[in-house]
Design a protein around this ligand. Structure first.
Ligand code: SF4
Length: 388
């Protein structure tokens, strides 16, 4: 694909894209591209009906400078006034300086989060010219030299095509972590969901990121193989990760909102979605099959059944497996209460069921809405759509 830069576009002010990884909640979001250049994954609702574009480099630089000016004013006001209210900061900011309000709000959030990290948006920032990326990162580091972490999403397909030297230059300019949506290591699942990349390229890209000296975070999507490929999805994904040994493996369970292409397959029965019970068995097989690596497993997404399924491999493998095994050996009625309580936000882990107030809330919801072990999966599907 040849990507042309829009050299005639006028600057429209500070911009931020729609998403970031959960771990980047406190990061400053710097948008270098808009939307996703691939935009065909059948499970992905994020950039539907949008066009991909690369923002002119000088516009990104202007965004960074706008945030810089806002940060300086916030810091100055706080220093002069001691304890300072949000209203006072806004008032000071309104007195001249012609600040971009969106940049100012972004700066305010960033200052309150400690200004330690920056996330480069949107879905595949590394598709831009490597020398432009280096220039943007250099400017960012010049303005905010104290920043400890600069991260970005990237597609394996794109990373695999960047030379090792260019990746190294990007690393040296400040990008120190890349988040890749691996989703699956199974070629059948990757093909079925039109991910636009296969296992071999995922492995190649992951190894290149590590070789460049960046931290690597790989996203895995439990349930993406459906009932047909659940086992293969677990085994092949674990095998790909065993060959990469990323710093982080992050779980984000499949959900199917009406807006995605996969929904049609689901509605017509071509894609049979795993129940929570099957998903738990798949996750068990997946973690059992992770071997010889030292990754940290994270489960920091609201869609996941167990938010505490976290730990460092290999030492925490058994304790992670124990969480899933405990769920699988519960009675169907108790599993149903946990599933409902988890999706309604009363539980984040199995031990939350020992809290009588939380347990009562989940049991009450089951009684109130007539949810039983027989119909729980249909209800869960509806609840999960709300979190996408
Ligand atoms: S590459 Fe990522 S952002 Fe783009 S369509 Fe696929 S999942 Fe969505």
């Amino acid at each position: 694909m040849t990507l042309k830069k829009n050299t005639t576009e006028e600057y429209q002010g500070f911009e931020q894209g729609p998403i970031r990884p959960p771990s980047e909640a406190e990061s400053l979001l710097v948008r270098v591209t808009r939307n996703c250049p691939w935009n065909r994954c059948t499970f992905c609702p994020v950039y539907k009906d949008t066009r991909f574009s690369i923002r002119p480099k000088d516009h990104v630089i202007k965004d960074i400078d706008s945030v810089y000016r806002s940060v300086k004013i916030i810091q100055k006001t706080a220093r002069e006034e001691g304890r300072v209210s949000l209203a006072e900061i806004r008032k000071t900011a309104g007195n001249g300086d012609n600040l971009d309000p969106r940049a100012f709000n972004a700066a305010l959030n960033w200052v309150s989060g400690g200004m330690r990290s920056v996330f480069i948006q949107d879905a595949n920032s590394l598709i831009i010219d490597p020398s432009d990326f280096v220039e943007i990162l250099t400017h960012l580091k010049m303005r905010f030299p104290w920043v400890e972490r600069i991260t970005s999403y990237a597609r394996s397909h794109t990373i695999a095509r960047i030379s090792d030297d260019n990746l190294k230059s990007i690393r040296n300019a400040g990008l120190n972590r890349i988040h890749i949506g691996l989703e699956s290591g199974s070629d059948k699942v990757l093909k079925m969901t039109k991910k636009g990349v296969f296992k071999e390229t995922h492995i190649k890209a992951g190894l290149k990121v590590k070789k460049a000296g960046m931290e690597l975070s790989e996203y895995v999507m439990p349930g993406l193989g459906g009932k047909a490929y659940s086992n293969e999805h677990a085994l092949e994904t674990a095998d790909a990760l065993n060959q990469i040994n990323p710093d982080f493996i992050r779980l984000r369970t499949l959900a199917i909102p009406n807006s995605v292409a996969l929904y049609d397959d689901y509605e017509t029965g071509r894609f049979e979605k795993c129940t929570d019970l099957m998903m738990a068995k798949e996750v068990l097989l997946f973690i059992e099959s992770l071997n010889g690596i030292t990754s940290v497993v994270k489960s920091d997404h609201i869609l996941n059944l167990f938010q505490n399924l976290e730990g460092k491999l290999p030492e925490d493998k058994e304790s992670m497996l124990e969480i899933v095994r405990r769920f699988l050996t519960m009675t169907p009625a108790r599993q149903c209460v946990y599933q409902v309580g988890r999706r309604l936000g009363f539980f984040s882990r199995l031990s939350d069921m020992e809290n009588p107030r939380r347990l009562e809330k989940a049991e009450k919801a089951c009684r109130q809405f007539g949810i039983t072990a027989e119909n729980v999966d249909e209800v869960i599907d509806e609840l999960m759509k709300r979190f996408i």
